[in-house]
Design a protein around this ligand. Sequence first.
Ligand code: ADP
Ligand code: ADP
Length: 228
Amino acid sequence: MKLEVDRVTKRYGATTALDGLSLSLTSARVLVLIGPSGGGKSTLLRLLGGLETADAGTVQVNEHRLVANAAELQNYRRQNGFLFQQFNLFPHLSARRNITLPLEKVHGHPPAKAHELAEQALDRFGLLKHADKLPSQLSGGQQQRVGIARAVAFSPEILFLDEPTSALDPEMTAEVLELIQELAEAGQDIILSTHEMGFARAVADQVAFIAAGKIEECRPPAGLFDSP
Ligand code: ADP
Ligand code: ADP
């Protein structure tokens, strides 16, 4: 993927979440946003995913210039996949239905096609045997796998993951790590936020350090230490 973020500012009331942030990347498969809580990681992720727009500055992702045009942004969002902490599985629906529903309602696939794409995604992530279970019958790691399966079921241009492992224990984190690595090897572009340096080092090919609404540094992960 290619990113060109130029002097972007984003405010929420009196809070400046992004403060003239710039970031330029000509090629990256997995971009990790890392930094202290409140530094602006989620805000930048939402801007890059077209879920929000900047107050000032410009954002370009691949050939998409993300301007405040509701129809264009919606179209752009629909080309991407999202797994957000606060945007989890529907608790009253099976794993399979959690995947088929957005394929039908958001992406407009007929039920048969949605079913076919869901079966492929469930199979790919080793979830077929859990397809009829409710989220509450799955482990945290399995729920994240269903969430990622849902996000990649329609082959998104970019997969956005906001703190995908923050609620998981080390074993489940390792499971999600492996899954992300497999996706990257299969050519999936990914942008994810985390505050775990070890995780960043393991998955990233570019790591952007964000604090106080600015990029402090953007570089490949080689030689990163566990504590910033
Ligand atoms: P991070 O992901 O690095 O923890 P965020 O992007 O979530 O940082 O937040 C950056 C700043 O913007 C914080 O001060 C946060 O409280 C504020 N902020 C983020 N989103 C909102 C929002 N929807 N409404 C109000 N303040 C927000
Ligand atoms: P809306 O119709 O509410 O504008 P869209 O249909 O454009 O939303 O949504 C497109 C994609 O963006 C969907 O895959 C949806 O899951 C995702 N999405 C929309 N809003 C959010 C959000 N606040 N957090 C996470 N993902 C979102």
